[in-house]
Ligand binder design. Structure first.
Ligand SMILES: C[S@@+](CC[C@H](N)C(=O)[O-])C[C@H]1O[C@@H](n2cnc3c(N)ncnc32)[C@H](O)[C@@H]1O
Length: 268
C-alpha cells in the first residue's frame, strides 16, 4: 500500500464492499461477484435501493452546484465512493475552476480508483482515512495540503454516515468536524432511512452485516440531529429528490422508492 492508500496489489473479494455494491446499484463495472450477489439480494428484497442511489447522486450534484453558486470553493467529500462521473470536483470546477476538492474514503479500493481517475485534475486530492476517527481526516496531509480552514469549507457526508453505528458515535464525529470549520462553512448530509419501507429493510441490514460495514438506517429526528450547530438551508431535511429539484416538483409516485434523507446546513 502506498502512503495515500493506493493498492500495491491484492484486492479483497472475500466480502462485499459497500463502495462496490453502490457502484453496482449505479450501473458501474468496478465490482466483483461477491458484491453483485450481495447487491442483487438487496435489490430483490427492496428494489427501491437503485432509485435511491441514483436520486442520492443527483442530490450530490445539485448541492455542490448550489454551494459553488453561493461562493463555496473548498470541499471535503468524505465517503467518496468509487468515482462516478460527474464527481464532486467536476461539478464544482466546471462552475469555479479554482474550487478545491479533497476526497476521503476508508476503502483502499476507492483509493486505487481515485488514484487513476480523480487526481489528474488540479486542486484535487485523495486521503485514505476513516470517518470514525475524524481527527485522522483533519490531520491528513491531503486535507491539510489543499484546504484552508480559515475560509469556508463544505464537508460532504453523502450516503456514508449510515455506515457508522450508534456505538461508534456518529454525532460526535459530525460535531468534531463542525468544530474545525470556520463560520460560513456547510455540511452536506444524506442518510438512509427505514421510515418509508420499514418492512423491506431487514434483508438489506442483514446483507450489509456480512460486508465490510454495517448499515444503520435512522429515522428523521435522528438524522436531523446531525445538523446540530448548523442552520438548515431551505427546504430543510427532505427526501433527496425534494431538495431543490431541477424541473417539475417530484410527484408522490417519484418518492415512493426513495429511502434517503438529505439536507444542507450552514455554520453560523
Ligand atoms: C454509498 S457510498 C457513497 C458514495 C458517495 N458519497 C455518494 O453518495 O455517491 C459509501 C462510501 O462510504 C465509504 N465509507 C463507509 N464507511 C466509511 C468510513 N467509516 N470512513 C470513510 N468512508 C467510509 C465506503 O467505502 C463507500 O465508498
Amino acid at each position: 500500500m502506498t502512503e495515500q492508500g493506493f493498492l500495491a496489489g491484492g484486492i479483497d473479494t472475500s466480502r462485499p464492499h459497500p463502495a462496490r455494491m453502490y457502484d453496482y446499484y449505479l450501473g458501474g463495472r468496478d465490482n466483483y461477484l461477491v458484491d453483485r450477489e450481495a447487491a442483487e439480494q438487496i435489490i430483490k428484497a427492496s428494489p427501491a435501493v437503485v432509485d435511491s442511489a441514483l436520486a442520492n447522486r443527483e442530490f450530490l450534484r445539485r448541492t455542490v452546484g448550489h454551494l459553488v453558486a453561493a461562493g463555496v470553493r473548498q470541499f471535503i467529500d468524505i465517503g467518496t465512493g468509487i468515482p462516478t462521473s460527474p464527481n464532486t470536483h467536476e461539478i464544482a470546477q466546471s462552475a469555479a475552476p479554482d474550487a478545491r476538492v479533497v476526497y476521503v474514503d476508508n476503502d483502499p479500493i476507492v483509493a486505487a480508483h481515485a488514484g487513476a481517475r480523480l487526481l489528474r485534475a488540479s486542486n484535487t486530492a485523495f486521503g485514505l482515512a476513516d470517518m470514525r476517527n475524524p481527527r485522522s481526516i483533519l490531520e491528513h496531509p491531503a486535507v491539510n495540503g489543499l484546504i484552508d480552514f480559515t475560509r469556508p469549507v463544505a464537508v460532504m457526508l453523502v450516503s456514508v454516515l449510515h455506515f457508522v453505528g450508534d456505538d461508534e458515535d456518529p454525532a460526535g464525529t459530525v460535531a468534531l468536524l463542525r468544530d474545525a470549520l470556520p463560520s460560513g462553512s456547510h455540511l452536506v448530509l444524506s442518510h438512509g432511512t427505514a421510515d418509508f419501507h420499514a418492512h423491506k429493510v431487514d434483508e438489506a441490514v442483514s446483507v450489509y452485516r456480512k460486508s465490510t460495514a454495517n448499515l444503520s438506517l435512522r429515522p428523521y429526528d435522528e438524522v436531523l440531529a446531525f445538523f446540530d450547530g448548523f442552520d438548515l438551508l431551505e427546504p430543510g431535511l427532505v427526501r433527496v429528490p425534494l431538495w431543490h429539484p431541477q424541473g417539475p416538483e417530484p410527484e408522490p409516485d417519484d418518492l415512493r422508492n426513495i429511502g434517503i434523507y438529505g439536507g444542507v446546513g450552514r455554520k453560523p
